[in-house]
Design a protein around this ligand. Sequence first.
Ligand code: GDD
Ligand code: MG
Length: 360
Amino acid sequence: MDAAQAVILAGGQGTRLRPLTSTRPKPVVPFLNRPFLAYQLTLLRDHGVRDVILSCSYRVGDVRAALGDGRAFGTRLRYVVEEEPLGTGGGVRNAVDLAGGTVFVLNGDVLTDADLGAMRRFHDAHGSRTTMYLTPVENPRAYGLVETEPDGRLRQFREKPGPDDVLTTNMINAGVYLIDAALLARIPTDRPVSIEREFFPAIIAEGIPAFGWHAPAYWRDIGSPAAYLEGQLDLLGGRARTTLRPPGLASGGNTIGDGVSIDGTAAVTPPCVIGAGVTLAAGSRVGPLTVLGGGVVVARGARVERSIVWERAEIGAEATLDGCVVCADSRIGAGARLASGTVLESGAVVAPNASLPAAV
Ligand code: GDD
Ligand code: MG
């Protein structure tokens, strides 16, 4: 059986990714200067899935503006929109009129290079009706815990176990499923439904063939500022693989956009992605592991490393940034020191010589 379609769940509010999501919805936050979902669309396309349905409910206009009809990513992209959020199960159910056969379903905030073709072969070989990609994590309480039988059958699914629950596994639901679309008809349409808390536990209880699949691969949920930063550093460093290149030309381990102005005494230490129209002034140093969005200005003698900077931000003379996320149009005063964990909302203003995060 072939899975040539995918549904991507992209209707959450991205609360844990604030303040980044105050101005941009989570599915399209910039990721190496591309909208995040472009990485999922590329992974799907690389595994032969070129018909994708985006299940949205929140800030749909912004998502559509960033991804369009999908053609730029080699795929056909359609949108189904909820008037009120229907939950993860309701969001998939809502897309079912456009889907048939065996479909991939993805949480829209997962960065992975998993071999989806191998997952599909596993699904077919086991006569499975729904297969869940499982991955081990260090802190499973923040996720959906999944126990399997020795033959891979799902035994138990526990979404976000409480602090008193005894943990029996560190394998979690990675947020990538193969589902026989006929199974989705059972999801009610008149109320919000959680795929994790309702759909999967019911499938398991009824003995419908449902399996967990695991293979070594990169995996991360990018839904917090720290994970958003780390995910990009992993792509830059090659720990996470993708065939999607950042916009610009590859040069000496960096990617440099159009119309970039780099002073002869400035230095870019790879790997970095420098967006179009960036200005790097005399003596400034950028990298390693840094992404600058379009139009960013790094003033004289400033230093930026291990950081993500969105469009048009201005970094003052002699300022230093390490391990930061800076949203669009921020202005960082001269001599400011921004240490690891600093996250600036769009339009933030940092006073000259300030130190962040401020000591408590
Ligand atoms: N269409 C739609 N409607 N999408 C939704 C809705 C909704 O009402 N609510 C959430 N989503 C989307 C989010 O946009 C996101 O892409 C995905 O569903 C998962 O929601 P999260 O809020 O990110 O869930 P989580 O990270 O706490 O937990 C989920 O992912 C973990 C792996 O990262 C669960 O599936 C866990 O079981 C899993 O381990
Ligand atoms: Mg998530």
